[in-house]
Each structure stands twice: as C-alpha cells, then as structure tokens.
Design a protein around this ligand. Structure first.
Ligand SMILES: Nc1ncnc2c1ncn2[C@@H]1O[C@H](COP(=O)(O)OP(=O)(O)OP(=O)(O)O)[C@@H](O)[C@H]1O
Ligand SMILES: [Mg+2]
Ligand SMILES: [Zn+2]
Length: 506
C-alpha cells in the first residue's frame, strides 16, 4: 500500500523502451508531482488521469502523489502513459490488487470520461515489450489489430479504464484483437492444455453437464485455477433469451465490447478475494452497477482461494446463490438483477498451503477444519461436486504421445447430456439436474430401485451421509447417467456420485 509500479513503453525515434511508472502515495496536502523528464503532454496527463479515474467511478486518492517514470534518462513524449499512470495510482491506493498487473505492459491515452484512446506507435511499442521478454501487453482497442501482428506476446485490448479495473478486480475479460479468435471458437483457455488430472477433468465435465456447483480442493500448483478457467469452454452457447439477459447486464455495467452483438458465450467472473461487497453483488447511485454475481449470470462465478474471502463477502453471496436474483441497494430504494450462475470454489485444504499438500502440512486438524469451515455454512453446502486434486505427475505433464482431449470434444458430450436432462424435466420447468429438488428425485416416477441405492441408504443409516447429501448424490448420479447415455442411474453411477460428493478415493 502506498506504492505501486506499472510497466509501459516510451518511444525514442522508432525504437521503444520499456518504462517503469512508479506511484508513491504519501500523507500530506493532496498534490501530484511528476518526475522523470516529462514533456508538457505528461503534465496534462495528470489532469486527464484524475478525471478518467473519477468518471470511471473510482476514488481519486486525496494524498500527496509522486509519479516517477524510469529510466529518467529516456525522454518521454505523448499520452501513451496515461493508462499505466492511472493503474499505478489505483494500485498504490489499494484500489487494485498490487500483483495483478505484474509483468504486464500497459499502453493507452485516457479521455476525460475514462475511455481509452488509440496512441501512435503502438506496433513498435508492443515489439519493444516482446523483445524485453514481457509476456502480456494491454493496448487501446483502436490499436488492437496492429498490436496483434507482433509474435511472442499476448495482446489484449481495453476500450475503457473501467474495463481494466473490472478485469483486474473481477476477472472481466479484456478484448481479444480481431483475427486472434477464429469464428466459432469460444476463445479463452482450452482443456487441451491440461495434462493428466482424470478426476479433475471428470468433475468439470459432470459439473458442466448437470449445472452443478463445483469445489476444487488441493495444494498449490495442483491446477485448480487452470481447470476452473476452462469450465466456460465446455458449456453450451447461450440460447436467445439467456444471451439477451447476459448482454443487457453487461451493457448496464458498461462492459460490452465495442461493435459486438449479443454475448453468446457463458460469462466467466473471477472476483478477487479482496473484492468489496458492492463489487460482488452490485450497487451505486443512479443506474446501479451489476456486481460479479450478476455479470456471471448464466455463466460461471469463480471464487479462487475461496477461504480468503471475507466473512461479509461470503455472507453477501448467500442470498443471490439461493434465489438466483440479487437486490442491489441504491441511493433511493433498491433494484433487482438476475444472478443465476454456476459457482466454482477453489481452495487449499489448509491455511499453510504447502506445495506437496498433506505430506508437509503441519497444521492441526482443528486449524484445517476451521479453514474450510469458513466456507461450509453459506457456500460449501450448496456445492454438489467436491473433489481433491493432487499436483500432476511429471510423467503426465511431459507425455508427448496422444494430445490431451480438447474442450470441443468434451463440450459435445455436455450438450448431449444436457439435452437428455432437459427432455426429462421438460414438464417441470427445470433445465439441468442441479435445479431439481431432492423430494422430486425420491418420488415416483424418478425414485430408484433399492438395489441401486443400497450403498446410499447404508450411509444415511450410519450417519456418514446427511439427508441433504443423499439428495446431492442422487442428482449427480442422474448427470452421470445422462453423460453415459443411460436413461436411469445404476449402482455404479451412484458409486461415482458418492466419490464426487465426498472427495473419497482422492
Ligand atoms: N495438469 C496440468 N497440466 C498442465 N499444466 C499444469 C497442470 N497443473 C498445473 N499446471 C501448471 O501449473 C501452473 C499452476 O496451476 P494452477 O494455478 O492452476 O494451480 P492452483 O492449484 O490454482 O495453485 P494455487 O493453489 O497456487 O492457486 C499452471 O499455470 C500450469 O502452468
Ligand atoms: Mg490457483
Ligand atoms: Zn497445513
């Protein structure tokens, strides 16, 4: 807090040089000092950045702000540093998580209203970032096409300062340059990147097919984040009604990509664990901004490092998850936004987060229980699939023979399974198995013969499974049957469902 550093690029002739933009926020009379050989445009940057931050709905810190552009020896011209300066100020004042923009080079001029304007010389600037070995560059949307020409660096674009902030804070996607995402390709990361992890993949596929909430537990590096980010890639496209709802919510939030039509892919939202309650559930005066729960409507809400979320944040999520709607407070009265999303939780099973998991863990059993216990009441109880993952083995990671199955292949099975479920529940109005109430599954015509549910009933009697757990296993077993093309779950489906529900055998 108080200090942040963001990368940008300055041009000397046609050669670009990576520049570090430092912001230091100190107590004292509010003022902005810029050092590091700035020209007049840079001094004007101060006023543009301040207006852009305020007009994007962010707080301008009332502190003494020193901005320093390094190396000091490089003359710096123009307005391409605006966006980096804004990011440095927001990170320095704690409005953005400080590590989020590490190793990311940021270019762009800001309009007073917070729009990001194109800058001249984007191509040589991106080339300089790539040459210096930086993996990611963020450019103005108007320069995305020319920036995408440079190989070896991941180019993403922004149209507004608000999008950059929402990306860092809540995982709102940045814009993909034209030509980088071929038509029909959902874009985003693909399951073909994931080696091994048969249990994790299976859990992801079942969660997608049945619309079940999912919890991924395991030590650092097990691939929890990697798997969660790939859930949207195996979900079906949004139908017309859903696409309209989702597009409307993103429009109200000011997050629609320019020139785009209806959003057809399920959205993905990954709010950081430091996100405020309004950022999660929405709020604000006038036309209230939808929060992450609504921006994830009909898509995926991913809570990474879930136990690190504050008590207030977890509590605030409970009601929207239960009702699929969220009441958003405004200056006058309240309004409601839809918030029906699929929840994915990722967590280390204990607070020490040792890479080898249980082997090196020195936490007491009480400490471990308490850590995950933070999730249990409000959230974990609603999660049908809970699996424990171990880090992938070297042999699997380095295996070069057959390629890993792609998202497209898995998505094809998911679509079939969803169709089977939708046909079955058509008369009830439910679309996916996760929505079907337990009593419904225990009564004719859907109740399963005693021979199939034998193990379930035994667990219920011995108390190793709660009545609620019983219903969850039933729901999961229907999804497993749908995926495997059976019209009813059999004993094996129940067995696998028990494993996925309890994390047994992992
Ligand atoms: N199964 C896998 N196949 C290929 N790469 C993997 C796999 N698992 C992990 N990795 C690599 O390890 C990195 C870390 O994975 P990831 O961030 O998903 O782990 P995590 O379980 O979320 O860890 P943490 O608890 O630290 O957040 C990934 O970016 C990827 O490069
Ligand atoms: Mg992770
Ligand atoms: Zn531990």
């Amino acid at each position: 807090m108080g200090y942040a550093k963001i990368l940008s690029v300055g041009l000397a002739g046609v050669a670009g040089h990576v520049v570090e933009v430092e912001a230091d926020l100190a107590p004292g009379l509010p003022a902005v000092v810029i050092s590091g050989l700035p020209d007049t445009a840079l001094h004007e940057a101060r006023d543009r950045v301040r207006a852009a931050i305020v007009n994007s709905g962010q707080k301008w810190p009332n502190r003494r702000i020193t901005l320093n552009l390094l190396p000091a020896t490089l003359p710096k011209y123009g307005s391409a540093f605006d966006l980096a300066i804004a990011a440095a100020v927001l990170a320095g004042s704690g409005e953005l998580p400080p590590v989020a923009l590490d190793a990311t080079v940021i270019l762009g001029e800001l309009g007073l209203d917070g729009t990001v304007r194109p800058v001249r010389g984007t191509l040589p600037m991106v080339a300089a970032a790539a040459r210096a070995g930086y993996p990611r560059v963020v450019v103005p949307a108007g320069n995305a096409a020319e920036a995408a020409v440079i190989p070896g660096v991941r180019v993403r674009a922004v149209d507004t300062l608000h999008r950059l902030v929402a990306h860092v804070r809540d995982g709102v996607p940045l814009l993909v340059p034209p030509g980088q995402s071929p038509a029909g390709d959902p874009g985003g990361p693909d399951l073909s990147d994931v080696a091994g992890q048969p249990l994790g993949r299976r859990a992801l596929e079942i969660a997608a097919a049945g619309g079940h909430h999912l919890a991924l537990l395991g030590p650092p590096g097990a691939g929890k984040t990697m798997l969660a980010e790939r859930l949207p890639s195996i979900l079906p496209e949004l139908d017309d009604g859903a696409a309209l709802e989702v597009t409307a919510l993103h429009s109200i939030a000011g997050l629609l990509p320019p020139g785009g039509g209806l959003l057809r892919r399920p959205p993905f939202q990954a709010p950081h664990h430091t996100a405020t309650v309004p950022a999660l559930v929405g709020g604000g005066s006038g036309l209230a901004r939808p929060g992450a729960v609504s921006l994830a409507h009909r898509g995926v809400l991913f809570l990474d490092e879930a136990p690190e979320f504050g008590k207030g944040a977890l509590e605030a999520l409970r009601q929207p998850l239960e009702s699929g709607r969220v009441r958003v407070a405004r200056t006058r009265g309240a309004t409601e936004y839809p918030a029906r999303s699929q929840l994915v939780l990722a967590a280390n099973p204990c607070p020490c987060a040792k890479p080898s998991g249980d082997v090196d863990c020195e936490c007491t059993p009480q400490a471990r229980r308490r850590y995950l216990g933070r999730l249990s009441g409000p959230l974990l109880d609603r999660v049908d699939v809970q699996v424990g993952l171990m880090p992938v083995r070297a042999a699997e990671l380095l295996q070069t023979g057959t390629p890993h199955e792609s998202s497209a292949a898995v998505a094809a099975r998911v679509v079939e399974a969803r169709r089977a479920a939708a046909d079955r529940w058509a008369a009830t109005g439910h679309r996916v198995n996760a929505e079907v109430p337990g009593p419904h599954l225990r009564r004719p015509p859907w109740h399963l013969p005693a021979r199939v549910t034998q193990e379930l009933r035994r667990r219920l009697d011995t108390g190793s499974l709660s009545a609620r757990g019983y219903d969850r296993v039933l729901r999961l077993s229907w999804t497993i049957a749908d995926l495997d093309g059976r019209d009813r779950p059999d004993q094996h489906d129940i067995g696998e469902a028990i494993q996925l529900r309890t994390g047994e055998g992992t």
